[in-house]
Design a protein around this ligand. Structure first.
Ligand code: SAH
Ligand code: SF4
Ligand code: F3S
Length: 519
């Protein structure tokens, strides 16, 4: 590395910034009275680049022995926003904190380190984080020794890092999604330098194995791949998460086997587009269908996956899923829009007809499969007719539920340059209409379950009623059931007695309980 500092001024709005120090590729600035050391800064152009860097898999432990005591007697707290990918990154960071001797706390007032693991997918996700920073400022004033960090997808955005450096200078640490394994070093720097430390790599991304993970409960997330190469025109993820890269099958299989050994009951395989798994292996012809076939051989009751992109959903995968066993009958298949024209402008690379054909294939192979989806309304230029096409597709497929969103322009994405010509009121009205239809479909799908006997994995006590347990069917439907807390973590056979829009009520099947009691 050069002894010279790097000039980061092209990355940010550097109004009022003064260079204090340059060394070893790092540059320290003084901005509005705060010293800020930048090791690396986000850059959209670099984040968009694909194919230049070879992916490397690193098998190393994150925490060096000399940092194992860094957090002795201290408490950490992480607030997580966004998708399961972020939730799982939080589990990795918790693992690292605890390796450094930190203990967890739910109470931010007593924490010595607070991290916000952020999401950049829509504007309201970002607004929440900036709102939260406002609250945390007071805490920081009361407790100057507190280390306050921002990580996750928002840190990969130039505009966000710039805004924090200029306007939220009480933040101590900003690091990106490619820098998670560097947490112990960055924390040490922030603690001892008293400067704000910024390290956001804009790499295509490597794979870091052997990081510690702190999982809780009976359900575990396992990354099978990272990043995304699809570049849907509205989406920021390919910029914030780097290129599509798959973990080696042997590493995934070993991790799932170990979780089975530890008694986990359900595994969700994670990726932005799990169907692209293995496409990046140069030495191996092994795809997602092959991985699922190997998962089916592991002694763990349920295997799920999220998310699948319709484009790479191949016949072999459908064939493997149809063998069932521990592979559950639920597929989350984001469609985004029912209009071929809109899909084209979104660069989803499939048509309405192709999507319907895929659904038909899945239903032929797995007639009782439950399908759920994601939909965006109010994409630039979406006409009333095109929106109607979304409604008709939703009804034709009969999705059991859906995450629905109003389009939110993201700086740096192609759609942000398209004319956003749909009035806010129209977007809201479309969302409300869509949601009513989804609610009806969800209730219908739930009503079809009444009278059936289902297997429930009991996850905990219901959020709204302490006397009721809540769990999930294989198809991921939420079920409320009365029973003792000892059932938490167990599978219970139950008969569905009532259907609500968003959940089922069920009663345990008695014979099953007696059998359990005897064995
Ligand atoms: N990789 C997944 C999606 C991850 S993001 C997939 O391709 O299916 C989760 C959902 O957020 C997306 O499916 C999309 O419906 C929504 N989304 C993404 N970018 C958005 C934006 N700019 N505005 C509104 N919704 C968006
Ligand atoms: Fe975003 Fe599309 Fe990638 Fe999903 S597939 S993460 S929507 S770019
Ligand atoms: Fe949000 Fe990043 Fe996930 S933008 S949805 S946390 S990949």
């Amino acid at each position: 590395m050069s002894k010279q500092g790097k000039d980061f001024s092209k990355y940010f709005d550097f109004t009022g910034a003064r260079v204090l120090k340059e060394e070893e590729g790092k540059t320290t600035y003084r901005i509005n009275g705060r010293d800020i050391t930048v090791n690396a800064a986000p850059n959209y152009k670099e984040e968009k680049r694909r194919g230049k860097e070879a992916i490397q898999v690193h098998y190393e432990t994150a925490t060096p022995p000399e940092l194992m005591e860094l957090g002795k007697g201290k408490l950490y707290h992480i607030t997580t926003y966004g998708c399961q990918m972020n939730e799982h990154d939080t589990e990795v960071m918790k693992g690292m904190f605890e390796q450094m001797g930190y203990a967890p706390t739910e109470d931010r007032n007593e924490a010595d380190v607070i991290l916000l693991n952020t999401c950049a997918i829509r504007e309201n996700a970002e607004d929440k984080v900036f709102g939260e920073l406002g609250h945390l400022k007071h805490l920081k004033i009361e407790k100057p020794g507190l280390i306050l960090g921002v990580c996750g997808c928002m840190s990969q955005e130039e505009s966000v890092v710039s805004r924090i450096m200029q306007k939220h200078s009480f933040v101590d640490l900003i690091f990106g999604t490619h820098n998670i394994h560097r947490l112990p070093y960055l924390l040490q720097d922030a603690l001892f330098s008293k400067e704000m430390v910024v390290e956001v790599w804009s790499k295509e991304g490597d794979i870091i194995e052997n990081l510690p993970k702190k999982r809780e409960g009976m359900r575990g997330w396992v990354n099978i791949m990272y990043g995304c190469d699809k570049f849907c025109t509205y989406c920021i993820v390919p910029y914030t998460r780097g290129k599509e890269r798959s973990r080696r099958p042997e590493d995934v299989i070993a991790e799932v086997r170990e979780l089975a050994r530890q008694g986990f009951k359900e595994i969700t395989l994670l990726g932005q587009n799990v169907n692209a798994y293995g496409k990046d292996f140069e030495d191996l012809n092994y795809r997602f269908g092959d991985l699922m076939a190997d998962m089916a051989k592991i002694d763990i009751p349920r295997i799920r996956f999220t998310t699948s992109h319709p484009r790479d959903f191949d016949d072999h995968l459908i064939e493997v899923l149809a063998t069932r066993g521990n592979l559950v009958e639920h597929i989350h298949l984001p469609v985004q829009s029912g209009s071929t024209e809109v899909l084209k402008r979104m660069s989803r690379k499939y048509t309405r007809e192709m999507f319907l054909e895929l659904v038909a294939k899945i239903k032929r192979a797995i007639p009782d499969a439950i399908l759920t989806t994601d939909i965006i309304v109010g994409f630039p230029g979406e006409t009333d007719e095109q929106f109607e096409e979304t409604l008709s597709l939703v009804q034709e497929v009969g999705f059991s539920s859906a995450y629905t969103f109003i389009y939110s322009p993201r700086v740096g994405t192609p759609a942000a340059d398209m004319e956003d010509n749909i009035p806010e009121a129209v977007k809201k009205a479309r969302l409300a209409r869509l949601n009513r239809i989804i609610e009806d479909l969800s209730r219908e799908s739930n009503e079809a379950e009444v009278g059936r006997t289902v297997e429930i994995l009991v996850e905990g006590v219901s959020k709204n009623n302490a006397n009721v347990l809540s769990g999930r069917t294989r198809t991921n439907k939420l079920v409320h059931i009365e029973g003792p807390v000892e059932w938490i973590g167990q599978f219970i056979e139950a008969k569905v007695t009532e259907a609500k829009s968003w959940y089922l009520k069920a009663e345990p099947v008695l014979e099953y309980r007696m059998e359990e009691a005897v064995s």
